[in-house]
Design a protein around this ligand. Structure first.
Ligand code: AMP
Length: 440
């Protein structure tokens, strides 16, 4: 039955059914564990913010702010926006809680959660999607650029994604970028005059945010940028020194990368280092798994004191798709803790004992389920085998009378029940099941 359109999930969103949700949670767990290893702590910010946080923090000349935000007036008439990215909220929290004054800098935090952008939905591009990300706020030292990029690179290594490429660039800073940006815009203006117009989006960018033209995938716009001055040739001394230290550090840490002078990130607040991870196994238009860079200008833009910082964000759904395509992540994400035991109350009176037994197993960390009281042993065993359980705990009238439970060892998923079974007291159950678990 097809539900009424307004009773299905909105366009560009999707339900994560149990298998996908399990993979997402495992992915986020894997990210959290690596983040802790690199000294990052978790941070949770609200799903929506005052619209100004993004208008200022992401920049009014960006596609995100111009075209993609889910902005609404709340019942008090305030303009709110569902978070389209994680960096501006993290910086807002940093300023609001006066973290900069603590002296414990850099503040290294990570996050995971949904983001919302009003984009044209297609494979790899959703209106609601998830990101994991990390930010390191409070130091201009290139060692933190290296640490952060290495952390992201190790994450992809850990997921065993292949065909991945790390691209690195420097976008300069407030000293050298304005002059470069002007030279670039003037080159493009000449090229437009001599050859052909830019696309509508890039025509707007030419006035507001010319470097974004480098990011446009349309062949006409790409052609116009050919031969344009390269940012790496116009860096000031400080930016060159910083970039050399970043490249040297990455090499020392054994992180492979490629220079890409076209790599400009979409957001206004980036300065100096930018980087992106691309996966060759995905379609070229959606091959970016994640990226980030330095945004030394953001804190001031959001009303705080000037504070150097950098961060990255990785797309969860896209990276999980890359795992599937490149045969990465072994064992498969989320498949490491399957159901082990099913406790089966065979008669109504067995309900309480069954609850006790399943709760003892779960407390001991054994993934367990409870059967439905009153269904036949045969039916319950069939369901348990299908679900992949290895142990059935049967409780009928006889067991209740004797104060015992019957433990039956099952073949792995779908097989016939193995003949061996024995009886034990509830207190012995956990030990027995644990033994069966390690034997397999
Ligand atoms: P960004 O914040 O735009 O730099 O995006 C970082 C990563 O998030 C991208 O490389 C993608 O993997 C993912 N991402 C961004 N936008 C979307 C979207 N609309 N749908 C799915 N993933 C996205």
């Amino acid at each position: 039955m097809t539900p009424h359109p307004r009773l299905s999930a909105p366009k560009g969103t999707r339900d994560l059914l149990p298998a996908d949700a399990t993979a997402v949670l495992a992915f986020e767990g894997e990210f959290a564990s690596l983040a802790r290893l690199y000294g990052f702590s978790p941070l949770v910010t609200p799903a929506f913010e005052h619209t100004e946080v993004f208008e200022r923090g992401v920049g009014e000349a960006t596609d995100i702010v111009n075209k993609e935000m889910y902005t609404f007036a709340d019942r008090g008439g305030r303009s709110m926006t569902l978070r389209p990215e994680g960096t501006a909220p993290v910086m807002r929290a940093f300023i609001e809680h006066g973290i900069g004054k603590s002296g414990q800098l850099p503040w290294k935090v990570f996050y995971a959660g949904p983001m919302w952008r009003y984009e044209r939905p297609q494979a790899g591009r959703m209106r609601e999607f998830r990101q994991v990300g990390a930010e390191s706020i409070g130091s201009a030292d290139p060692q933190y650029d290296v640490e952060l990029i290495e952390f992201a690179a190790r994450f992809f290594d850990r997921l065993r994604i292949t065909e991945i490429e790390l691209l690195v660039n420097s976008m300069g800073d407030e000293q050298c970028r304005p002059a470069y940006s002007m030279a670039f815009a003037s080159f493009i203006r000449d090229a437009v005059e001599q050859r052909h117009p830019l696309c509508d989006d890039c025509t707007r960018r030419l006035d507001q945010n010319p470097l974004r033209i480098l990011d446009c995938k349309k062949p006409g716009c790409r052609e116009l940028t050919e031969g344009a001055p390269a940012v790496l040739d116009s860096l000031c001394f400080d930016c060159i020194e910083h970039f050399e230290a970043v490249k040297g550090g990455l090499t020392a840490a054994g992180v492979e990368f490629k220079l890409d002078p076209r790599l400009v990130r979409g957001l206004d607040y980036y300065t100096r280092t930018t980087f992106e991870f691309r996966c060759g196994a995905l379609d070229a238009a959606q091959d970016a798994l994640g990226g980030g860079g330095r945004y030394d200008g953001l804190a001031e833009t959001l009303g705080g004191e000037a504070t150097p910082a950098l961060g990255f964000a990785i797309g969860t759904e896209r990276t999980i798709a890359a795992i599937a395509k490149t045969g990465g992540a072994h064992p498969p994400l989320g498949a490491d803790e399957p159901l082990v035991a099913v406790v089966m109350p065979l008669v109504e009176e067995a309900r309480e004992v069954a609850l006790q037994a399943v709760s003892a197993l779960r407390s001991a960390g054994v993934p367990s389920d409870l059967g439905i009281p009153g269904r036949s042993a045969k039916a319950q065993l069939r369901t348990a085998s299908k679900a992949g359980a290895r142990v059935a705990v049967l409780i009928g009238s006889d067991e209740i009378e004797r104060g015992l439970v019957t433990v039956r060892f099952l073949e792995a998923a779908g097989g016939e029940p193995a003949p061996d079974q024995l009886q034990c007291a509830i207190e012995e159950l956990v030990g027995l099941v644990a033994e069966a678990r390690t034997e397999k």
